[in-house]
Design a protein around this ligand. Sequence first.
Ligand code: GLU
Length: 323
Amino acid sequence: MDYRAVLEEVAAYARPYVGQGQVADYIPALERVSPDRFGIAVADIHGAVYGVGDWEVPFSVQSISKAFSLALVMAQSHGSQGGNGTYGANGVQGGPGGDDIWQRVGREPSGTPFNSLVQLEAENGIPRNPFINAGALVVTDRLQTLTGDASTSMLHFLREESGNPDLAFDQAVADSEAEHGDRNAALAHFMASFGNLENPVPSVIQHYFWQCSIEMSCRDLAVAGGFLARHGLRADGSRLLEAREAKRINAVMLTCGTYDAAGEFAYRVGLPAKSGVGGGIIAVIPGRCTLCVWSPALDARGNSVAGAAALDHFTTLTGWSVF
Ligand code: GLU
């Protein structure tokens, strides 16, 4: 496969879509990003990385972090994270025998917006899935318990998996999220009232905002997500997740990873994917490669317009969807 040629063709196809839609404007720090950006990267399972356009420009990962926090909780829970085991800020590894995050969060599409409160009351404070905000807050809460510092653990994890030691939080984005964080605070308090948080609400939402604020490029994200294409193996061959755990994360990405449009996304693209309101989308072709595309203008559901078009064209050209 001549990845570079395919990416060039995908970028040409996506070009008319770049700038269509709206850049996220719920916080000023995101609103300032130019809608004209477009980049795409592919990291194959053997370590080769290819990209075109703005593929090395860092952007706010936002909800893409939810896929990585889930992976990290699963890895920490059984203690087989591989590598040097330094992700936990306080060295806590999680006990053997597993810890079942799935007691506290479901794995069904929600059919409601990512920050909706409505289902939580009827479903006793158990969020539908780990990729809506309520579910991600539960995962962050668990990570906080397992590591003592959820957001720093996540940053270390992403630096290690991406091979980029310069990854950092964007303090302005994190502060801005906190200033406009009433909805997330409400979700967290509501779940706490059902006994579904282990840590104090202010700490859980603060770590959640920090993890959303991490800046990464398409290159960084495609490389960092390599373990999802390698059935749980990290780039150096050590095991981060059991193959069945990587399968499960990919499955939840397929059914719940692109907001309230996962059905449409599966129909068009046919890959496990996680999007964020920064305009990034990470997508996995198990056994082959991990992709990341970025273009900041979003459709009404919160997915990058040009990003979805690019992934649609990628799977059409290559025939590499999971179907
Ligand atoms: N930090 C954002 C929020 O919680 C994430 C939005 C997103 O990317 O879905 O509202």
